[in-house]
Design a protein around this ligand. Structure first.
Ligand code: CIR
Length: 255
């Protein structure tokens, strides 16, 4: 079980109101988003992480979703090539920062695209959702890079959600929380599944950090199910980020 020591975050820019969205929940409010982001950082600190904060990037409305810029593994960092054209370039400052923490830094190259919201780490194996943002070429480059450093990867077909981790999260101890199509994937058949009800679908995106689960606030049934398998839960309200199809995992890079 990988214990984390650090998280990288990037506060929302004022331009967050122009972020990409399919959720019909209205535009996020900048000040509320900033406050929610601060609470999220406090939750990461409460789990024992040192939080590294990149400056907000006003030119890139979706830049607070820093998870999508890189995959961090024990032995290397892999810089993503984002599938959303408006988000390409978000990875530049992240790469610079990671130089101080990783000896090996690799990159996904065109025509490959990978957004690490599509990558779920289970021990030394990485499940890669083939979404509208992560293509075959990107996934295969990623698997080769993972294998070069002693890890492995496999792809998961998907059609219902933005990213793989929009609908499924690994909570260690062979436990997945999942909703929608991810409840029925053969790839996940041998896990203990916590099924998230459709009316609480956003709760399928949560993060295990050193024995605690940070989960989105407002989803009482799901939080009770996670607590029932023995995890303390820290609820954090991320309503403004949900308006942009983003969740808790997207807001940090943990390593
Ligand atoms: C986007 O569409 O790219 C952003 N509005 C949301 C990204 C969410 N990231 C994630 O699930 N890892």
């Amino acid at each position: 079980m990988k214990m984390f020591t650090h998280a990288i975050v990037r506060p929302p820019p004022k331009t967050i109101i122009d972020g990409i969205t399919n959720a019909k929940l209205g535009k996020p409010d900048y000040k509320t988003a900033l406050r929610q982001h601060q609470n999220y950082v406090e939750a990461l600190r409460a789990c024992g992480l040192t939080v590294i904060t990149l400056p907000a990037a006003e030119g890139v409305p979706d830049s607070c979703f820093v998870e999508d810029t890189a995959l961090l593994t024990r032995r290397c960092a892999i810089i993503a090539r984002l599938g959303a054209p408006s988000r390409q370039g978000e990875e530049v400052e992240v790469r610079e920062l990671l130089r101080g923490y990783f000896n090996h830094i690799e990159s996904i190259e065109a025509p490959g695209t990978v957004e690490p919201g599509d990558i779920m780490m289970v021990g030394n194996h990485f499940y890669i959702g083939l979404s509208d943002r992560t293509n075959d070429a990107g996934a295969h480059q990623l698997i080769s890079l993972l294998e070069k450093y002693g890890s492995s990867g496999s792809t998961v077909e998907m059609s219902e959600m933005l990213h793989l981790k929009t609908g499924v999260s690994y909570l260690e101890n062979n436990t997945l929380v999942a909703c929608g199509e991810f409840l029925f994937k053969p790839a996940f058949a041998n896990f203990d599944l916590i099924a998230i009800d459709p009316d609480e679908a956003s709760a399928a995106n949560c993060v295990w950090v050193n024995g605690t689960v940070i989960a989105p606030a407002g989803f009482a049934k799901s939080i009770a199910k996670i607590e029932a398998v023995g995890y303390p839960v820290i609820p954090v309200d991320v309503s403004e980020f949900q308006k942009l199809d983003g969740g808790l995992s997207c807001l940090s890079l943990r390593f």
